[in-house]
Design a protein around this ligand. Structure first.
Ligand code: SAH
Ligand code: SF4
Ligand code: F3S
Length: 464
């Protein structure tokens, strides 16, 4: 039997357990899915929600519910600490609601020491699984209902890609779309290749079909997801480049915006720049993680480009596509990083003028090569971090404000959190703009005058 069919059979079984539970509880069982980490995890969570809803659960945002699952991240230690802290709170809820079930999945679960800790200190958790067997979620839930005690099912890796299971999108008008899974790059600080496994690309026809279905269902913007989208398709039986895939996606009628992340600088092809330049749908935004501006540190990071190589690439993109926004990730405090290295990073920031940057303090990840290197003292890292942060805020402010007074198209995404008479939209270059309006505008792409810039966002007016 195909894996998909098997899982649909488990969903049927699951429905019976959930309706039993409904009788026992006297209400429709509620579920809450909490996501940590990146866009891949967010997309995985939509798959979890899809199955839970199909099985008969009602989705809530409240963790005091009948089923709670944490989809975890382990890229930095603070992500792990958050999970342990919140598990304590869940235990309190479970004491009052003995039928409550608690599950954990995602990247953190792929680490052996985490599983050991859960077994000894968090025995109230009912189900634990990892990143490789998420497509077996329905089956795992059935096992959870059929047994007592903690169920742990972690796979070391997988080459399977299971298509067409239920998904429940968080947004009606935009969606993430996985184009590949895993990573082969082994940057020396990073745990992702260990917890997400080897790189696997989806077949282009499956990706296209998924996007066509999304568009038919009202989606106007897709975000193509992969740890390194620039190496997409290399290992397929019929190899295809990322740039070629983009050209195919561009043809999908009704699709209006295409985004993607993340691009590794070492694999960004001239072909991709050309395709982006000519495209009417690919957004004017490129996330191009720098990590460090120092060639010496980049080498120790195993990033496989130099300061000069990065600069040449970024400045070429700026020249070819002048209205593009380039954003980045920077790690401060990698082992052995000195003030000279930080000066190099600051120099790249000033030359490229990043439109936005996520700056992270280096976090030691067990099992990665960098964890065994000599670490930089905390107070030194803190000082360097502040220097880098100040610099990226300066360039971001300057870059974002460049368009003040102009009119640009914005996709209206949601009602403003702080002011319900306003809605929040996003420009092609990813800048946020707040305008007067109501929820009827959500999902529409409208011309907006960028009236005034307030640091990193605009207040604007819809042009009618
Ligand atoms: N595949 C993407 C990044 C995924 S992780 C890429 O290569 O760009 C997202 C970001 O987390 C990375 O870009 C990096 O800046 C940061 N990161 C990864 N490991 C880290 C660590 N050990 N400490 C601090 N930041 C880290
Ligand atoms: Fe981590 Fe490097 Fe892979 Fe990105 S490319 S996920 S930073 S190993
Ligand atoms: Fe975190 Fe896993 Fe994403 S470790 S950043 S959730 S791939």
């Amino acid at each position: 039997m195909r894996e998909e069919e098997l899982q649909f059979e488990y969903i049927e079984k699951l429905k019976a357990y959930v309706s039993n539970l409904e009788r026992e509880l006297g209400h429709q069982p509620t579920c809450c899915v909490t996501t940590f980490g990146c866009q891949m995890n967010a997309r995985d969570s939509e798959k979890l929600v899809g199955i839970l809803q199909e099985a008969g659960y009602k989705l809530t945002e409240n963790e005091n519910s009948d089923f709670v699952i944490y989809n975890t991240c382990t890229v930095r230690d603070n992500a792990n600490q958050k999970v342990y802290g919140r598990l304590g709170v869940l235990n309190g809820y479970k004491k009052k609601n003995p039928r409550m079930k608690i599950a954990l999945c995602g990247c953190m679960m792929q680490e052996e020491k985490v599983i050991d800790k859960l077994r000894t200190s968090y025995p109230f958790v009912d189900l634990v699984f990892g990143t490789h067997n998420i497509f077996k979620f329905a089956e795992l839930l059935v096992s959870m209902f059929e047994s007592k005690g903690m169920i742990v099912d972690i796979w070391k890796d997988t080459d399977q890609i299971v298509e067409d299971l239920p998904v429940s999108r968080k947004y009606s008008y935009k969606s993430g779309v996985n184009i590949m899974f895993g990573c082969n790059n082994f940057c020396s600080y990073c745990i992702v290749p260990y917890v997400r496994g080897r790189e696997r690309s989806r077949e282009p026809k499956d990706i296209i079909r998924e996007i066509e279905n999304l568009v038919a269902d009202g989606v106007v913007e897709v975000m193509l997801l992969g740890q390194n989208v620039n190496s997409y398709g290399k290992n397929l039986k019929n190899p295809i480049t990322f740039a070629e895939l983009l050209q195919e996606i561009e043809k999908i009628e009704g699709l209006q915006r295409i985004r993607f992340m993340t691009s590794h600088p070492k694999d960004l092809s001239p072909e991709l720049i050309k395709v982006m330049k000519q495209s009417g749908k690919i957004c004017k935004h490129l996330h191009l993680p720098l990590q460090s501006g120092s060639t010496r540190i980049l080498e120790k990071m195993n990033r496989r480009y130099t300061k000069e190589g990065y600069l040449e690439l970024a400045l070429k993109i700026r020249k070819e596509i002048p209205d593009i926004a380039i954003t980045t990730d920077i790690i401060v405090g990698f082992p052995g990083e000195t003030i000279e290295d930080v000066q190099d990073t600051l120099d790249v920031i000033r030359q490229v003028k990043f439109d936005n940057a996520f700056t992270f303090i280096y976090s030691q990840r067990t099992g990665t090569p960098a964890a065994a290197m000599v670490q930089v003292p905390e107070e030194v890292v803190k000082k360097h971090f502040d220097m880098v942060l100040t610099e990226v805020q300066n360039t971001a402010r300057e870059q974002v404000s460049k368009y003040e007074g102009q009119t640009m198209e914005a996709l209206i995404e949601e009602v403003n959190e702080n002011d319900s008479t306003m809605v929040t939209g996003r420009l092609s270059n990813n800048t946020i703009v707040h305008v007067k309006g109501d929820k009827s505008l959500i999902g529409k792409i409208l011309p907006v005058q960028l009236t005034s810039c307030h640091g990193f966002y605009y207040i604007g007016d819809i042009k009618r």
